[in-house]
Design a protein around this ligand. Structure first.
Ligand code: 13P
Ligand code: SF4
Length: 353
Protein backbone atom coordinates (compact mmCIF):
# COMPACT_ATOMS: atom_id res chain seq x y z
CA UNK A 1 0.00 0.00 0.00
CA UNK A 2 1.30 3.45 -0.89
CA UNK A 3 1.24 5.84 2.06
CA UNK A 4 0.88 9.54 1.39
CA UNK A 5 3.40 11.01 3.82
CA UNK A 6 2.62 14.66 3.10
CA UNK A 7 1.17 16.30 6.21
CA UNK A 8 -0.46 19.76 6.35
CA UNK A 9 2.75 20.93 8.07
CA UNK A 10 4.83 19.68 5.13
CA UNK A 11 2.51 21.52 2.75
CA UNK A 12 2.75 24.70 4.80
CA UNK A 13 6.56 24.42 4.82
CA UNK A 14 6.67 23.99 1.03
CA UNK A 15 4.41 26.98 0.53
CA UNK A 16 6.52 29.16 2.84
CA UNK A 17 9.76 28.01 1.17
CA UNK A 18 8.30 28.79 -2.26
CA UNK A 19 7.24 32.31 -1.16
CA UNK A 20 10.08 33.52 1.07
CA UNK A 21 13.83 33.03 1.18
CA UNK A 22 14.09 30.86 4.26
CA UNK A 23 17.37 28.97 3.85
CA UNK A 24 19.97 29.77 6.56
CA UNK A 25 21.73 32.91 5.41
CA UNK A 26 24.56 35.11 6.63
CA UNK A 27 23.08 38.01 4.64
CA UNK A 28 19.82 37.71 6.57
CA UNK A 29 21.89 37.47 9.76
CA UNK A 30 23.58 40.77 8.84
CA UNK A 31 20.19 42.38 8.07
CA UNK A 32 19.02 41.48 11.58
CA UNK A 33 22.29 42.27 13.38
CA UNK A 34 20.55 44.74 15.74
CA UNK A 35 18.34 41.90 17.06
CA UNK A 36 21.28 39.48 17.20
CA UNK A 37 23.22 41.92 19.37
CA UNK A 38 20.60 41.30 22.10
CA UNK A 39 21.05 37.51 22.11
CA UNK A 40 24.64 36.96 20.97
CA UNK A 41 25.57 35.64 24.42
CA UNK A 42 23.05 32.82 24.28
CA UNK A 43 22.48 32.01 20.58
CA UNK A 44 25.43 30.88 18.40
CA UNK A 45 25.91 32.87 15.17
CA UNK A 46 25.29 29.79 13.05
CA UNK A 47 21.89 29.20 14.71
CA UNK A 48 21.00 32.85 14.18
CA UNK A 49 21.71 32.43 10.46
CA UNK A 50 18.84 29.88 10.55
CA UNK A 51 16.45 32.18 12.46
CA UNK A 52 17.29 35.40 10.59
CA UNK A 53 15.49 34.62 7.27
CA UNK A 54 12.27 33.95 9.24
CA UNK A 55 12.70 37.13 11.28
CA UNK A 56 13.24 39.15 8.09
CA UNK A 57 10.14 37.67 6.42
CA UNK A 58 8.04 38.22 9.58
CA UNK A 59 9.19 41.86 9.79
CA UNK A 60 8.18 42.44 6.18
CA UNK A 61 4.76 40.83 6.59
CA UNK A 62 4.10 42.67 9.86
CA UNK A 63 4.45 45.97 8.02
CA UNK A 64 2.30 44.80 5.08
CA UNK A 65 -0.50 43.50 7.34
CA UNK A 66 -0.40 46.34 9.91
CA UNK A 67 0.29 43.70 12.55
CA UNK A 68 1.86 43.92 15.98
CA UNK A 69 3.41 40.99 17.88
CA UNK A 70 2.56 40.77 21.58
CA UNK A 71 4.71 38.09 23.22
CA UNK A 72 4.65 36.51 26.65
CA UNK A 73 7.86 36.30 28.71
CA UNK A 74 7.93 32.51 28.15
CA UNK A 75 8.57 32.82 24.43
CA UNK A 76 11.95 31.50 23.23
CA UNK A 77 14.73 34.13 22.80
CA UNK A 78 14.52 34.31 19.00
CA UNK A 79 10.83 35.31 19.39
CA UNK A 80 11.19 37.39 22.59
CA UNK A 81 14.22 39.35 21.33
CA UNK A 82 13.82 38.76 17.59
CA UNK A 83 10.27 39.62 16.53
CA UNK A 84 8.22 40.79 19.55
CA UNK A 85 7.07 44.42 19.44
CA UNK A 86 6.10 44.13 23.07
CA UNK A 87 6.94 41.41 25.59
CA UNK A 88 5.54 41.11 29.09
CA UNK A 89 3.53 39.25 31.70
CA UNK A 90 -0.21 38.56 31.41
CA UNK A 91 -1.23 41.90 32.93
CA UNK A 92 1.15 43.92 30.77
CA UNK A 93 -0.01 42.09 27.63
CA UNK A 94 -3.67 42.76 28.48
CA UNK A 95 -2.96 46.47 29.03
CA UNK A 96 -0.81 46.74 25.90
CA UNK A 97 -3.60 45.12 23.86
CA UNK A 98 -5.80 48.13 24.69
CA UNK A 99 -3.16 50.58 23.41
CA UNK A 100 -1.79 49.17 20.16
CA UNK A 101 -2.87 51.12 17.07
CA UNK A 102 -2.49 48.16 14.67
CA UNK A 103 -5.44 46.37 13.09
CA UNK A 104 -3.95 42.91 13.57
CA UNK A 105 -2.58 41.44 16.81
CA UNK A 106 -0.41 38.31 16.65
CA UNK A 107 -0.50 36.82 20.14
CA UNK A 108 2.63 34.82 20.85
CA UNK A 109 1.57 33.01 23.99
CA UNK A 110 -1.26 30.69 24.93
CA UNK A 111 -4.90 30.74 23.86
CA UNK A 112 -6.35 32.51 26.92
CA UNK A 113 -3.96 35.42 26.29
CA UNK A 114 -5.15 35.73 22.69
CA UNK A 115 -8.76 35.56 23.89
CA UNK A 116 -8.04 38.37 26.37
CA UNK A 117 -6.69 40.51 23.51
CA UNK A 118 -9.82 39.76 21.46
CA UNK A 119 -12.09 40.55 24.43
CA UNK A 120 -10.41 43.96 24.74
CA UNK A 121 -10.31 44.55 20.96
CA UNK A 122 -13.43 42.93 19.49
CA UNK A 123 -13.11 44.86 16.23
CA UNK A 124 -9.50 43.88 15.61
CA UNK A 125 -8.18 40.68 14.09
CA UNK A 126 -6.41 38.60 16.73
CA UNK A 127 -4.33 35.69 15.48
CA UNK A 128 -2.58 32.92 17.39
CA UNK A 129 0.10 30.93 15.54
CA UNK A 130 -1.13 27.63 17.06
CA UNK A 131 -4.57 27.48 18.64
CA UNK A 132 -3.65 24.24 20.43
CA UNK A 133 -1.50 26.31 22.82
CA UNK A 134 -3.72 25.80 25.87
CA UNK A 135 -3.13 25.99 29.62
CA UNK A 136 -3.72 23.39 32.35
CA UNK A 137 -5.25 26.10 34.56
CA UNK A 138 -7.63 27.41 31.91
CA UNK A 139 -8.84 23.89 31.09
CA UNK A 140 -9.43 22.98 34.75
CA UNK A 141 -12.66 24.95 35.23
CA UNK A 142 -15.94 25.80 33.48
CA UNK A 143 -18.53 28.54 34.02
CA UNK A 144 -20.76 25.87 35.61
CA UNK A 145 -18.05 25.18 38.17
CA UNK A 146 -17.90 28.91 38.97
CA UNK A 147 -21.66 28.94 39.49
CA UNK A 148 -21.27 25.93 41.80
CA UNK A 149 -18.79 27.86 43.93
CA UNK A 150 -21.07 30.89 44.04
CA UNK A 151 -23.86 28.64 45.34
CA UNK A 152 -21.50 27.25 48.00
CA UNK A 153 -20.37 30.71 49.17
CA UNK A 154 -23.36 33.03 48.63
CA UNK A 155 -22.45 36.69 48.23
CA UNK A 156 -18.70 36.08 47.84
CA UNK A 157 -17.07 37.83 44.86
CA UNK A 158 -15.36 35.67 42.25
CA UNK A 159 -11.80 36.68 41.33
CA UNK A 160 -10.61 34.65 38.35
CA UNK A 161 -7.01 34.46 37.24
CA UNK A 162 -6.60 35.62 33.62
CA UNK A 163 -5.51 32.02 32.92
CA UNK A 164 -9.17 31.18 32.21
CA UNK A 165 -11.40 30.88 29.15
CA UNK A 166 -13.63 33.77 28.08
CA UNK A 167 -16.61 31.75 29.32
CA UNK A 168 -15.14 31.59 32.85
CA UNK A 169 -14.10 35.25 32.80
CA UNK A 170 -17.69 36.09 31.85
CA UNK A 171 -18.95 34.19 34.89
CA UNK A 172 -16.55 36.06 37.23
CA UNK A 173 -16.74 39.48 38.92
CA UNK A 174 -13.17 40.51 38.19
CA UNK A 175 -9.92 39.07 36.84
CA UNK A 176 -6.46 39.10 38.38
CA UNK A 177 -2.98 38.12 37.35
CA UNK A 178 -0.06 36.98 39.46
CA UNK A 179 1.12 40.62 39.43
CA UNK A 180 -1.98 42.06 41.10
CA UNK A 181 -3.84 39.17 42.76
CA UNK A 182 -3.41 40.45 46.33
CA UNK A 183 -4.45 43.98 45.36
CA UNK A 184 -7.57 42.69 43.57
CA UNK A 185 -8.58 40.36 46.41
CA UNK A 186 -8.14 43.12 49.00
CA UNK A 187 -10.30 45.47 46.92
CA UNK A 188 -13.29 43.07 47.00
CA UNK A 189 -16.17 43.83 49.36
CA UNK A 190 -17.09 41.18 51.97
CA UNK A 191 -15.07 38.84 54.17
CA UNK A 192 -14.91 35.88 51.80
CA UNK A 193 -13.47 35.90 48.28
CA UNK A 194 -13.59 33.01 45.78
CA UNK A 195 -10.38 32.60 43.75
CA UNK A 196 -10.29 30.47 40.61
CA UNK A 197 -8.74 28.40 39.14
CA UNK A 198 -5.23 28.24 40.67
CA UNK A 199 -5.28 26.56 44.10
CA UNK A 200 -1.59 27.33 44.75
CA UNK A 201 -1.83 31.01 43.79
CA UNK A 202 -4.91 31.24 46.04
CA UNK A 203 -3.07 29.65 48.99
CA UNK A 204 -0.08 31.96 48.41
CA UNK A 205 -2.36 35.01 48.37
CA UNK A 206 -4.36 33.75 51.39
CA UNK A 207 -1.09 33.75 53.37
CA UNK A 208 -0.85 37.55 52.85
CA UNK A 209 -4.51 38.58 52.70
CA UNK A 210 -6.91 39.95 55.29
CA UNK A 211 -9.77 38.07 53.56
CA UNK A 212 -10.97 34.53 53.95
CA UNK A 213 -10.12 33.00 50.59
CA UNK A 214 -11.74 29.88 49.16
CA UNK A 215 -10.50 28.40 45.93
CA UNK A 216 -10.78 26.02 43.00
CA UNK A 217 -8.15 23.26 42.93
CA UNK A 218 -6.60 23.86 39.51
CA UNK A 219 -2.83 23.73 39.01
CA UNK A 220 -0.25 24.86 36.52
CA UNK A 221 1.38 21.74 35.09
CA UNK A 222 4.74 23.57 34.95
CA UNK A 223 4.93 25.10 38.43
CA UNK A 224 3.26 22.29 40.42
CA UNK A 225 6.30 20.09 39.71
CA UNK A 226 8.80 22.15 41.70
CA UNK A 227 9.52 20.93 45.24
CA UNK A 228 11.13 22.58 48.29
CA UNK A 229 13.63 19.69 48.49
CA UNK A 230 14.80 20.53 44.96
CA UNK A 231 15.27 24.20 45.92
CA UNK A 232 17.15 23.29 49.11
CA UNK A 233 19.47 21.08 47.07
CA UNK A 234 20.24 24.03 44.78
CA UNK A 235 21.06 26.20 47.79
CA UNK A 236 23.39 23.56 49.18
CA UNK A 237 25.18 23.11 45.88
CA UNK A 238 25.42 26.88 45.20
CA UNK A 239 26.18 28.85 48.37
CA UNK A 240 24.86 32.43 48.17
CA UNK A 241 22.39 31.67 45.36
CA UNK A 242 19.21 33.75 45.19
CA UNK A 243 15.98 31.82 44.52
CA UNK A 244 13.03 33.57 42.90
CA UNK A 245 9.79 31.76 42.17
CA UNK A 246 6.49 32.28 40.38
CA UNK A 247 3.39 32.33 42.66
CA UNK A 248 1.83 29.43 40.72
CA UNK A 249 4.32 27.22 42.65
CA UNK A 250 3.12 25.31 45.76
CA UNK A 251 3.31 27.33 49.03
CA UNK A 252 6.20 25.26 50.45
CA UNK A 253 8.23 26.17 47.35
CA UNK A 254 7.37 29.88 47.73
CA UNK A 255 8.42 29.68 51.40
CA UNK A 256 11.82 28.41 50.31
CA UNK A 257 12.24 31.28 47.81
CA UNK A 258 13.81 34.71 48.44
CA UNK A 259 11.35 36.53 46.17
CA UNK A 260 8.10 35.68 44.43
CA UNK A 261 6.46 37.63 41.63
CA UNK A 262 4.85 37.55 38.20
CA UNK A 263 7.07 36.70 35.24
CA UNK A 264 7.81 40.42 34.70
CA UNK A 265 8.19 40.91 38.46
CA UNK A 266 10.85 38.18 38.44
CA UNK A 267 12.65 39.67 35.44
CA UNK A 268 12.53 43.16 37.01
CA UNK A 269 13.90 41.81 40.29
CA UNK A 270 16.91 40.20 38.58
CA UNK A 271 17.57 43.30 36.44
CA UNK A 272 17.50 45.53 39.51
CA UNK A 273 19.41 43.35 41.97
CA UNK A 274 21.84 41.68 39.54
CA UNK A 275 22.59 38.73 41.85
CA UNK A 276 25.84 36.82 41.20
CA UNK A 277 23.88 33.53 40.99
CA UNK A 278 20.16 33.11 40.63
CA UNK A 279 17.63 30.41 39.97
CA UNK A 280 14.31 31.41 38.38
CA UNK A 281 11.84 28.76 39.50
CA UNK A 282 9.54 28.91 36.49
CA UNK A 283 9.41 28.15 32.74
CA UNK A 284 12.76 27.61 31.00
CA UNK A 285 12.79 30.50 28.52
CA UNK A 286 12.71 33.11 31.30
CA UNK A 287 16.35 32.50 32.28
CA UNK A 288 17.44 32.50 28.63
CA UNK A 289 15.70 35.79 27.91
CA UNK A 290 17.19 37.58 30.92
CA UNK A 291 20.61 35.89 30.67
CA UNK A 292 20.91 37.43 27.20
CA UNK A 293 21.17 40.91 28.76
CA UNK A 294 22.88 40.23 32.11
CA UNK A 295 26.41 38.85 31.60
CA UNK A 296 27.37 39.33 35.25
CA UNK A 297 24.65 36.99 36.57
CA UNK A 298 24.97 33.21 36.49
CA UNK A 299 21.65 31.44 35.93
CA UNK A 300 21.25 27.99 37.49
CA UNK A 301 18.40 26.23 35.71
CA UNK A 302 16.07 23.78 37.39
CA UNK A 303 13.35 24.96 35.00
CA UNK A 304 10.32 23.18 33.55
CA UNK A 305 9.07 23.59 29.98
CA UNK A 306 5.49 24.67 29.23
CA UNK A 307 4.54 22.50 26.23
CA UNK A 308 1.76 24.93 25.36
CA UNK A 309 3.98 28.00 25.18
CA UNK A 310 6.51 26.00 23.16
CA UNK A 311 3.96 25.42 20.40
CA UNK A 312 4.71 28.95 19.20
CA UNK A 313 7.65 29.07 16.78
CA UNK A 314 9.09 31.51 14.22
CA UNK A 315 7.78 29.16 11.53
CA UNK A 316 4.17 29.22 12.68
CA UNK A 317 4.31 32.98 13.36
CA UNK A 318 5.30 33.42 9.71
CA UNK A 319 2.56 31.02 8.60
CA UNK A 320 0.05 32.90 10.71
CA UNK A 321 0.95 36.22 9.07
CA UNK A 322 1.13 34.64 5.60
CA UNK A 323 -2.33 33.06 5.81
CA UNK A 324 -3.92 35.40 8.43
CA UNK A 325 -4.78 32.35 10.58
CA UNK A 326 -5.66 31.12 13.23
CA UNK A 327 -8.21 33.79 14.01
CA UNK A 328 -9.34 33.94 17.63
CA UNK A 329 -13.05 34.48 18.20
CA UNK A 330 -15.08 34.89 21.36
CA UNK A 331 -18.77 33.98 21.56
CA UNK A 332 -20.95 37.10 21.56
CA UNK A 333 -22.62 36.18 24.84
CA UNK A 334 -19.26 36.09 26.67
CA UNK A 335 -17.74 39.20 25.11
CA UNK A 336 -19.33 41.94 27.25
CA UNK A 337 -19.25 40.22 30.68
CA UNK A 338 -15.70 38.93 30.11
CA UNK A 339 -14.61 42.41 29.08
CA UNK A 340 -16.17 43.87 32.22
CA UNK A 341 -14.15 41.43 34.38
CA UNK A 342 -10.85 42.22 32.61
CA UNK A 343 -11.51 45.97 32.53
CA UNK A 344 -12.40 46.01 36.23
CA UNK A 345 -8.91 44.61 36.89
CA UNK A 346 -7.20 47.15 34.61
CA UNK A 347 -9.19 50.02 36.15
CA UNK A 348 -8.01 48.98 39.60
CA UNK A 349 -4.39 49.17 38.47
CA UNK A 350 -4.92 52.54 36.80
CA UNK A 351 -6.64 54.00 39.89
CA UNK A 352 -3.70 52.93 42.03
CA UNK A 353 -0.80 54.14 39.86
P1 13P B 1 2.40 35.91 34.36
O1 13P B 1 1.14 36.67 34.42
O2 13P B 1 3.23 36.04 35.61
O3 13P B 1 3.16 36.24 33.13
O4 13P B 1 2.04 34.35 34.34
C1 13P B 1 1.34 33.76 33.29
C2 13P B 1 1.59 32.33 33.22
O5 13P B 1 0.96 31.63 32.48
C3 13P B 1 2.61 31.78 34.10
O6 13P B 1 2.62 30.42 34.03
FE1 SF4 C 1 -0.63 27.62 31.81
FE2 SF4 C 1 1.34 26.87 33.40
FE3 SF4 C 1 1.79 27.02 30.79
FE4 SF4 C 1 1.46 29.27 32.26
S1 SF4 C 1 3.10 27.79 32.39
S2 SF4 C 1 0.51 28.80 30.29
S3 SF4 C 1 -0.07 28.56 33.75
S4 SF4 C 1 0.36 25.61 31.82
Amino acid sequence: MLINATTPMDQARSELAATYELAPSMTAAKDTADRYARVSRIIPEVDWAGFAPYIRAIERLKAERDAVILAHNYMTPEIFHGVADFAGDSLQLAIEATKVPNQVIIQCGVHFMAETSKILNPKKTVLIPDSRAGCSLASSITAKDVEGMRAQYPGAKVVSYVNTTAEVKAASDICCTSANALEVVEAMPGDTVIMTPDGFLARNIAAQSTKRIVWWEGTCMVHERFTPEELRAYREANPGIVIIAHPECPPDVIEEADFSGSTSGMIGWVRKNKPAKVVMVTECSMSDNVAAELPETEFIRPCNICPHMKRITLENILWSLHTMTEEVTVKKEYLEPARAAVEAMIALKERKH
